[in-house]
Design a protein around this ligand. Structure first.
Ligand code: NDP
Length: 458
């Protein structure tokens, strides 16, 4: 028996913690993990995975019209929320079980308890005693944040509750303009809920390319989402028939459900960070160096609790890099540059690299290639859904700095574009790639003329 109970103790069995813990255990290290909820974390239990099932479920409503255009006579389809929830929960339980099995097969021990650091090597497990560890990894993720500074804020739900609604509302208001708000607005609208998205700024999806933001908003409106911009809540009042959303700018909106998706915060509550000497940064996230090491020499942190790029694959790569460095003698850092992301809005967005505005700011002169078009599947049945494809190219070096796609399968398309951009592809190299026909993505490699916005001088 060594000096400590464990070589590594991981707090939080989500994407980052599980990957790090499993890899460390496979190296022969004695590993324990504490999880206060279910193994799998935000992504599997109350994030990416159940959200994607909800997106799939909601997309079928649109498919009936498409099928009719292609010659099908669809009978009236109905949706059963409870049946969907049961199927979703079964699948989430299966996936969580796989995580548990993989950890156990690797030799890691799981303790179901809330963990708190007593000092740099000691972890208190609520109701389950105390353990000591040589190394500690904090991977507790984030929690939804919602404002509580207006009357009636207690009536608001977040995405956490949206995954378990006892029944679908008839009318919903979703507040926020980020990933979660836009995704859930699409889900609710697709499931037939009268949906209003309220955002405080001038356009949704701040941080994404401006053409993408405008395009997504326009396409969402076509699918029935009402988008109210420049609006914030003054109060939420319970009425006999639902909730009255009183806005600071006027214009009350009555709905049956009010969901806020106004960001997530690192989950550091009750972790005992001070007792161990682990420092937070100004944003309230655990401060780490490029090896994910905290201010304490034997404590590391990965994933959303460090608030670097809050995406599952990033947490996984940070966790894997930590395990490589500390348990395989192979110092590894994760490069946070050129990480692609997708918004599973309807239509979805795939993006990698810089927006046009960021590129102009950082690189000066840029060439823009942009195409908006109706995909052939849509034109056939007379639909009006449009796609957007945009490349941002450094004018001097011709290196592609950003690639942005809005349309069906854009999250799948952007994965491959990310490979090329990560390798530093130039526009001539990109153009040398022959198109795959007939696809939506072929437009990516056939754009030859620089884009000049209407009304702008060439
Ligand atoms: P985001 O940070 O993406 O968006 C938060 C939104 O809430 C912004 O529009 C913000 O406005 C608004 N907001 C913040 N504070 C207030 C306030 N007090 N009143 C009104 N509006 C407010 O957070 P999300 O909750 O959407 O998602 C959290 C993170 O989870 C994302 O950043 C992403 O990293 C991750 N995620 C990724 C997904 C994916 O990869 N597909 C899916 C879901 C989540 P403003 O823009 O003005 O600041």
């Amino acid at each position: 028996m060594g000096k400590y109970d464990y070589d590594l103790f991981v707090i939080g069995a989500g994407s980052g913690g599980v990957r790090a813990g499993r890899l460390a255990a496979l190296s022969g290290a004695k590993v324990g993990l504490a999880e206060e909820h279910r193994v799998g974390g935000t992504c599997v239990i109350r994030g990416c995975v159940p959200k994607k099932f909800m997106v799939y479920a909601s997309e079928f409503s649109n498919q009936a019209a498409v099928a009719e255009g292609y010659g099908w006579s669809a009978s009236q389809a109905t949706f059963d929320w409870k049946r969907f929830l049961e199927a979703k929960d079964r699948e989430i339980a299966r996936l969580s079980g796989i995580y548990v099995t993989n950890l156990s097969n690797a030799g890691a021990e799981i303790v179901h308890a809330k963990a708190r650091l007593a000092d740099a090597h000691t972890v208190e497990l609520e109701g389950k005693g105390t353990v000591t560890a040589d190394k500690i990894l904090i991977a507790t993720g984030g929690r939804p944040w919602k404002p509580d500074d207006f009357p009636g804020a207690e009536h608001i739900i977040t995405s956490e509750e949206a995954f378990h609604l006892p029944e679908l509302p008839k009318r919903v208001l979703v507040a926020g303009g980020g990933y979660i708000a836009v995704e859930f607005a699409g889900i609710f609208a697709g499931l037939g809920v009268d949906t209003t998205l309220v955002y405080r700024g001038p356009n949704i999806l701040r941080g994404f390319d401006d053409d993408v933001r405008t395009h997504v908003a326009e396409e969402m409106k076509k699918r029935g989402v009402k988008i109210v911009l420049g609006a914030q809540h003054a109060a939420v009042e319970k009425t006999a028939t639902g909730y009255l959303n009183r806005m600071t700018s006027g214009g009350d909106i009555e709905t049956d459900l009010v969901m806020f998706a106004t960001g997530r915060r690192p989950y550091v509550d009750g972790l005992g960070l001070e007792a161990a000497g682990v420092r937070l940064n100004e944003a309230g996230a655990i401060a780490v160096d490029k090896f994910s090491k905290t201010s304490v020499d034997n404590i590391w942190a990965v994933g959303d609790v460090t608030d670097r790029i809050n995406l599952t694959p990033v947490a996984i790569r940070e966790g894997a890099a930590f395990a490589q460095t500390e348990f395989y003698g192979n110092p590894t850092t994760f490069d946070h540059d050129m990480v692609a992301s997708a918004v599973f809005s309807q239509p979805p967005v795939g993006a990698v690299g810089l927006s046009e505005a960021e590129a102009r700011h950082l690189h000066g002169k840029v060439d823009i290639y942009l195409s908006r078009f109706r995909p052939m599947k849509t034109t056939f049945y007379g639909g009006d859904e449009r796609c957007l494809i945009k490349l941002v190219v450094d004018a001097a070096s011709q290196k592609i700095l950003g690639c942005h796609v809005v349309g069906p399968d854009s999250p799948e398309i952007i994965q491959m574009a990310a490979v090329a951009l990560k390798m530093g592809v130039t526009k001539p190299q990109w153009d040398a790639t022959c198109a795959v026909h007939p696809t939506l993505a072929e437009e990516l490699v056939t754009m030859r003329d620089k884009y000049v916005p209407q009304g702008a001088a060439a």
